[in-house]
Design a protein around this ligand. Structure first.
Ligand code: URA
Length: 240
């Protein structure tokens, strides 16, 4: 692929902007400056250096963030900063979107991608990709409450009862809840329907992929092919 097209595909500028940057000697290909926008570049193992940072070429972007509290999953946030402000601008430029949403006060695993088919597979109700949450409740988690969540609760505007795939008490006021759906405020509404209330919510995992323990809140990293497999692997009751 021609170098200016590679830059464009990775979100580093328009066709014209990429050409200008390359001609100005701002771009290195595998560590060597290349000032010819039309130079043919081998994509396998390609690394681009711009503005002092080196980026691996990615045909599609799959990114994981440890979402901190106080950020909205929106390009046009109303009361809090956007999670997109925590990503490098070229990921937005190439069209990376949130894969589902977390509330502004929810923390944990949040995915981004510019692969529309992947996003669809992850959020489609038909695919039932499991989401694992840890919720701290205002009141103690009773056995009766766990039974209700496992048996199914009636939420407004939902025709059928919605049950947790799995539900376990972790300590007096904390439970882990695995859901097949991703409905609006689902965890808060389900726990609310039992007469309790969520005080803090954290997404621990999607499918079989858990938020890496060493990724600090507000940080992001690329997902590799083996991570994607774990994300899409059908859910079995191994997380609890
Ligand atoms: N359920 C909620 O209530 N909030 C979230 O952020 C995610 C799931």
């Amino acid at each position: 692929m021609k170098l200016y097209r590679v830059l464009q595909s990775q979100g580093f500028g328009s066709r014209k902007g990429s050409m200008v940057r390359i001609r100005a000697g701002e771009v290195a290909v595998n560590g060597v400056v290349c000032d010819d926008p039309e130079a043919e570049v081998d994509l396998s193992g390609l690394e681009l250096t711009l503005d002092g940072l080196t980026w691996p070429y990615r045909e599609k972007a799959y990114v994981l963030m440890h979402k901190p509290a106080g950020y909205e999953c929106s390009h046009h946030p109303s009361h809090h900063p956007s999670v997109f402000s925590l990503l490098p601008p070229h990921l937005l430029q190439r069209g990376a979107q949130c894969v589902g949403r977390l509330d502004q006060d929810t923390t944990g695993l949040l995915l981004f991608s510019d692969d529309g088919q992947f996003i669809h597979r992850m959020i489609s109700p038909k695919k039932s990709v499991a989401k694992v949450y840890r919720a701290v409740c205002a009141d103690p988690v009773s056995d009766a409450m766990l039974d209700v969540l496992r048996g199914g609760v009636q939420l407004n505007d939902e025709p059928a009862l919605i049950a947790a795939l799995a539900c376990d008490r972790l300590d007096t006021r904390t439970l882990r809840l695995t859901l097949a759906e991703g409905k609006y405020h689902q965890v808060k509404r389900m726990i609310g329907a039992t007469g309790n209330r969520v005080e803090a919510l954290h997404r621990e995992a999607i499918g079989h992929y858990a938020l890496p323990a060493d990724l600090p809140p507000g940080s992001w990293c690329w997902l590799e092919p083996e991570d994607l497999k774990q994300l899409e692997q059908p859910w079995r009751s191994v997380m609890s």
